[in-house]
Design a protein around this ligand. Structure first.
Ligand code: ZN
Length: 66
């Protein structure tokens, strides 16, 4: 058990990049705003390619704002 994994909101800052062939630091970029959340894209800082994405649902509090 690693303590790091207890943090739910811990951001993935390294992802495996096929292009670079190793785990690379990534930047998070907002790609799309969806009716029920946001779609983020992870960009490899080594080659600039998208290596993954993440969908974040709006919390209940955010939905009230709509
Ligand atoms: Zn890369």
């Amino acid at each position: 058990m690693r303590e790091n994994h207890q943090y739910k909101d811990f951001q993935a800052t390294r992802l495996y990049c096929n292009n670079c062939g190793s785990s690379m630091p990534v930047k998070e970029r907002l790609l799309l705003i969806l009716p029920d959340g946001y779609l983020y894209e992870y960009i490899c800082t080594g080659c600039g390619k998208a290596v993954g994405d993440k969908r974040v649902s709006l919390s209940r509090e955010d939905k009230i704002l709509f």
